[in-house]
Structure formats: structure tokens, C-alpha cells
Design a protein around this ligand. Sequence first.
Ligand code: GLC
Length: 424
Amino acid sequence: MTNPRISPALDEQARAILRGNDRGGYTVPTDGLYPYQWNWDSAFAAWGFATFDLDRAWTELDTLFSAQWDDGMVPHIIFHKPDPGYFPGPDVWGTGKSPETSGISQPPVAATMARLILDIDAQAGRDRIAALYPKMLAWHRWWRDYRCGSGVVAITHPWESGRDNCPDWDIGMRNVDGSNVGEYTRRDTGHVDPSMRPGKADYDRYIAMVQFGRECGWDQAEIVKNGPFLMADPGITFILLRAHDDLAAMGRTLGHDVSEIEGWAADLRAAVPSIWNAETRGYDARDLKTGRFSGRIGSAAFLAYLAGVESPELDVRMTELWDAVRYGFPSADPASADFDPRRYWRGPSWPVVNALMAIGLKDRGHHAAAERLRRETAELIEAHGFFEYFDPIDGTPCGGDAFTWTAAIWLTWAGLAADTKGGA
Ligand code: GLC
């Protein structure tokens, strides 16, 4: 039985966005602002394609993993074709890979998305997942080997988190010297309103971190040990925990021994209490160079549900943050002085994070909250279209338009008339 949909016309627009952003085997997040293949955007794009073109869905993941490094890392950007409209491009990253890529990774949602796609048609996906499985396994092992030294997942650059300028990273950013990066021209502020983008001081530091990586030849162990930035990320910790479970489930179906993955998941789960901040009453980012918490709670803390981690206190905090806004879940705490409802990850509501949160809420039996999140996200898209993110207080659309992952989550989740299905 197919679920009733809110609007066939919006469904058609969403499909047109995915097709329009298709560059042949991979999808750009949006034309202009982001002209390459981004890691977690692509995984969501695959889920979106799966609603109308399964073969194309798997191809999106195949292309993503075709850029995997020998050590298992799947980079955050793949520069398939040169594009002068984007900075920092391949020449700045200087990773020397083919295809050219950035030198950091991004939230590992691919296994979770692959499992959702497999749920649509397990038969059609069997050979595709069989081929992808060892690559996903190698990537998860890379997280374990290069990012889980402290127990939970660490990031070496705020961009690795996918939540570029959220207040969680401020404390770690302060240690980064951005004063010697030299001259450069940003391109992002030519595409969208600069007041919605990270500021110049932040950008200088982002570039300084890229320069450190480049200078050490992208030696990941060296970056972790001596790089300018290392913070524990609750977002990726929960995403990876969930992805380990999804990868293990797919591995079992394929007849593999998944005990290695189960071991990684058990270790990661055991480390989760180390990012609980009793003061802010939430899962908090932590500067691993000093041990200090960021003291900021944002949407990433509530991806806990996705990983099957929950507590009555977390439910209370979720309501506190959410009830302070009107549309979807805020990326940063509205009660905090640095909350900024239109500046990227410092407050806005991101449809794609709402979708991940809702999967977790539903799995944990919080059906009313999951449905509220879907409804509020749908209202934003119905009123304004497929924007990158939205002001959670008045719904103003922000950032890039015709955005791939917003279209994808409309097709898979937000565009359902009511999400009453048992699964995700
Ligand atoms: C920004 C976002 C990141 C996303 C990318 C492409 O950098 O912060 O999460 O992957 O844009 O959409």
C-alpha cells in the first residue's frame, strides 16, 4: 500500500530538482554554490532517487565510494570536474588524489541510507550492496582507526561534522591561528546572502586547518596528533553508531561475519557517557585538546535517538529547545546568546537533520514527536520550496534554492500526508 502524499505537484518538483542537479552518476547539492559531489548530501540524494529510480540511487553511492582513499576514508568533497565558482577547490586542498578530493570526511550516513534503499527492494539491491559492503566496512574501520582514539568520534575540521559553523566548535576554533593564511577570495558569499554564511574570522581558521593538512601530506595520524583542531562530535558519534548497526544488519543478510562491526559499535556506545555534559544537560561537543565541553547544545545532541540512546532528561531538553521555535528543530539552542536564526548552523532548522532525528524518534516509539517534526518540515517546504535551510522562528527560507537533500527528504519522508508507517 502506498502512503498518501501531500502534493503530487511538489513531488514532481522534487524529482525535477534531483534530475536537474544530476551531473551524470553523482548529484551536486545545488547548482552554483556547491558544484561538486558532497559526501552526506549524496547519501541523502540516493535515498531520494530510490523513490523513483532505484538503479540511479545505487549509482549515486557507487560514485561516492569510487573516490575512497586507500586508507578507507571517503572524502567530504569529490571534485569531479573543475569549477572556478567554488573555493577552496582542489588546488587548495592539494590531496593529489584521482579523482581530486578534499582531505577530510563527513557524517557517515551512507550505510543507513543504503539500508533504507534496500528496504524498498531488497532483491534489486542485493548485488549493489554486496559490492559496496566491503567499501563501507573499510570506511567504518577508518573512523575507528583515525577518529575514535578518545572513544567517541573526533573531527579534525568543523567541515568534517557537516555542521560547519555551529556554536559547538567555537571553543576549539579559538585555538586555531587564522592570521597567516594569506589572501584568498571566497566564492560562497557571491552566491548567497553573506549574513547567512560563516564570518571572515571563521573562514581564515577553516583555511588554516586545510593548510595544516596539506603541509603534512594529509597524514591523518599527524593531523589528529598535532593539528590545530580536534573535537569530539556528538553528531557523528550518533550517526556512526547507527550506521554500524545498519552495516552489521546488511552484512548479516549477505552472510558475512559482522563481529568486528559489533565490537566497534559496543566500544562507541560505551564511550557515549563521556560527552554528557551535566551542566547543559545534554550531549555536548568536547575540545579534546583541553578536555573542555563547548557548553552548547544543538540538534546533534538529539541524534542520540537515531543511535538508540535516550533518557528522560534528553526528552525534556528536546522539548525545551523545540518549543522555543515554530518550524522544525533548531540547529543551536534558542536560549543561548549566540543563537542566530538565519546564520547557517547557528540556529536555523535543517530539513535533512530533522529527517534523521525523526527516523530515530520513530524507532524509539516517539511517534507524536516524529510526526510533529515531519509536519513542521513539510510546512516550510510547502510554503517556500526546497531551500537549504530555514529560519526556525518565522520560516524564512535561507541559503541555496533547489537543494538536492531537501528535495530528497521531501520524497522519502516530509511529503507523506502523515507518517504512520511502522518503519523509517
Ligand atoms: C555545507 C554544509 C554541509 C553540506 C555542504 C553541501 O558545507 O554545512 O553539511 O554537506 O554544505 O551541501
